[in-house]
Design a protein around this ligand. Structure first.
Ligand SMILES: Cc1cc2nc3c(=O)[nH]c(=O)nc-3n(C[C@H](O)[C@H](O)[C@H](O)COP(=O)(O)OP(=O)(O)OC[C@H]3O[C@@H](n4cnc5c(N)ncnc54)[C@H](O)[C@@H]3O)c2cc1C
Length: 538
């Protein structure tokens, strides 16, 4: 559910039923409290300014009664990799966890993630395979990649603890395998340090189920169908609970700490448009509507400087209204031995890097300020596609042309005219590219020779692709104990923690540079938050 004026009105009414009519005064009645000790009126004012969204907070002392209420040691919102890891680690230390999830499923977006490049430095598993990582060198490499512009403490915490997380997960039935990542710029150094969580035979799902069972064994509970909407604060501004919607009911979950593990806002187009400044759509991350961030900001959490940071994929066929077409033409979006052009019909990057690391293609597309990328194929490539997929018929191709996803021309000039490019510009570009292929060398974008394949006879086709998000990468700043940072320098929002994708931006600059490591961070940040919270409250 996207944020809306309706939600504000509803939430505000819920929180202040006793205060009478809705008014400007009511807003300040719900004002967030910054938890800095001795916070002055000034710091509260800045917390209010920070909450430029329409989520309220509830004051425990003045809120209306919910339909139902539960009490535990810790409330964890979101049952993805981050929330599960945190809840399990808490349960291992004897905490009663209320794990609250809006769907009825375990695993969140983590169940669709492929898990490439899971960093597992010096896990027993990796050491057993003879791969010993040089953690300081890895740390330095990462810092160079992000121009040192990230939270060095968080990065170090991650790299020093990720191996142990892998060992811990394996105790619950996770299985990993070494993965040879292709040598691509910036990722070469990863090749001997990564492993991939296995997905076969539902091994990942079984492990997550075992972890949630652990939570229940320790007296906790898994509450499904509950969408968290509002944080509950005590009179000192500390977070002491969470209100959720369950159908038409309101359900309160009270505890000594609340952990936000809701996975970002990639499915919330309003937020994407506001913060990311690029025309992206929510594709796979359908679960992440940004409630966790919104309610945390309302409680006084700081918005990070790189709030709009994205992990972008660029391989999905799309029409000009950003509707995706995942079937049929999809394999053409993942070809590296092709020419790709921008909306002017000009080549703008190495198609090989685009394929191996779609986030690189995404970074370039975003930087280059272009909404679409076009992959060019000849008739032979289209015939090969049809041979592999019986759905790719003449009628299907016609329907894609009608939808504005596919363009066709008997000659390159006709293709250019169909796609809206200057025919001369595109014809020259096509010839130049074919010449590079003949020479077997790309002196411009340095594409590997094996991917330089000459085009055959027409007709020619262009498939429209666009940047779409794998996920947003961080709406909240955290300490190395995963406490959510407040708006005042050095402050935290007391009782509020965050893990997983909500916080992964802390290790990156303005773009998520390293493919496929968010699940790893979700597990490690969740595990470490579980340890820190148990230490502080049990
Ligand atoms: C197609 C695809 C491929 C990917 N591939 C990779 C990969 O190869 N490697 C990698 O590391 N990462 C990958 N990712 C990203 C990865 O899936 C996420 O980074 C990871 O799942 C984050 O874990 P999380 O626990 O932070 O959030 P999520 O997994 O998104 O879990 C959040 C949970 O919170 C629940 N929730 C959200 N809001 C509320 C609310 N208000 N109330 C109650 N519950 C709520 C959701 O339903 C969900 O269960 C991929 C993502 C996609 C979409």
């Amino acid at each position: 559910m996207n944020m809306s004026r309706r939600r504000f009105l509803k939430g505000a009414a819920l929180g202040t039923a006793s205060m009478g009519a809705l008014s400007a005064g009511l807003l300040s009645g719900c004002a967030p409290q910054n938890s800095t000790e001795g916070a002055s009126g000034e710091s509260n004012a800045s917390a209010e300014k920070n909450t430029a969204n329409d989520y309220p907070v509830l004051k425990q002392s003045s809120m209306d009664a919910p339909t139902e209420s539960f009490e535990g040691d810790v409330v964890v919102l979101g049952c993805g990799p981050g929330g599960i890891a945190c809840s399990t680690r808490l349960a291992e230390q004897g905490a009663k966890v209320l794990l609250v999830e809006k769907t009825d499923k375990i695993g969140g977006t983590g169940t669709v993630a492929s898990g490439n490049c899971y960093i597992s430095l010096n896990s027993k598993f990796q050491l057993d395979q003879g791969f010993e990582a040089d953690i300081p060198a890895f740390y330095e490499e990462w810092l160079v990649a992000v121009h040192y512009h990230c939270d060095h403490g968080i990065l170090s915490t991650y790299l020093r603890n990720c191996g142990e997380t892998v060992d811990w997960l394996m105790d619950y039935g996770f299985d990993f395998e070494m993965r040879e990542h292709p040598a691509v710029p910036g990722l070469q150094g990863f090749a001997y340090r990564i492993s991939q969580p296995k997905k076969d035979s539902g091994v990942r799902e079984k492990a997550y189920n075992a972890m949630v069972d652990k939570v229940k064994e320790a007296g906790g509970a898994f509450h499904t169908g509950c969408t968290g909407t509002t944080l509950i604060l005590d009179d000192d501004g500390a977070v002491v609970g969470l209100r959720a919607e369950r159908g038409s009911d309101t359900v309160d979950f009270m505890g000594k700490a609340v952990v936000i593990a809701t996975g970002g806002y990639a499915a919330n187009r309003e937020m994407i448009n506001e913060y990311c400044k690029v025309p992206l759509l929510g594709r796979d991350p359908v679960l992440n509507n940004g409630e966790g961030a919104q309610m945390s900001w309302a409680a006084g959490a700081k918005k990070p400087w790189n709030l709009g940071i994205l992990c972008v994929d660029t391989r999905y066929p799309i029409d000009e209204n950003y509707n995706t077409y995942d079937t049929g033409l999809r394999p053409l979006g993942t070809k590296s031995d092709v020419l790709q052009v921008d909306q002017l019909g000009k080549r703008f990057h190495s198609e090989s890097a685009f394929w191996w690391v779609p986030t690189y293609g995404g970074a370039n597309a975003v930087e280059y300020d272009q909404p679409w990328i076009f992959t060019i194929v000849d008739q032979k490539a289209m015939d090969d596609l049809a041979a592999d997929n019986s759905n790719v018929t003449e009628d299907y191709l016609e329907s894609m042309i009608g939808a504005g996803v596919l363009f066709k021309g008997d000659t390159v000039e006709e293709l250019a005219a169909a796609a809206g490019w200057d025919p001369e510009v595109f014809a020259n570009q096509f010839k130049d590219y074919n010449d590079l292929c003949k020479a077997g060398e790309d002196p411009i974008f340095f594409k590997p020779a094996e991917d330089l394949v000459e085009y055959g006879e027409g007709p020619y086709y262009a498939v429209r692709l666009a940047p779409t998000p794998f996920g947003t990468c961080g709406d909240l700043c955290v300490t190395t104990d995963m406490e959510v940072c407040g708006t005042e320098p050095g402050s935290v929002v007391k009782g509020l923690y965050a893990v997983g994708t909500e916080t992964v931006g802390t290790m990156h600059n303005d773009y998520y540079w390293a493919l496929g490591q968010t699940v790893g961070w979700a597990h490690t940040s969740g595990r470490l938050a579980g340890e820190a919270i148990a230490k502080s409250i049990l």
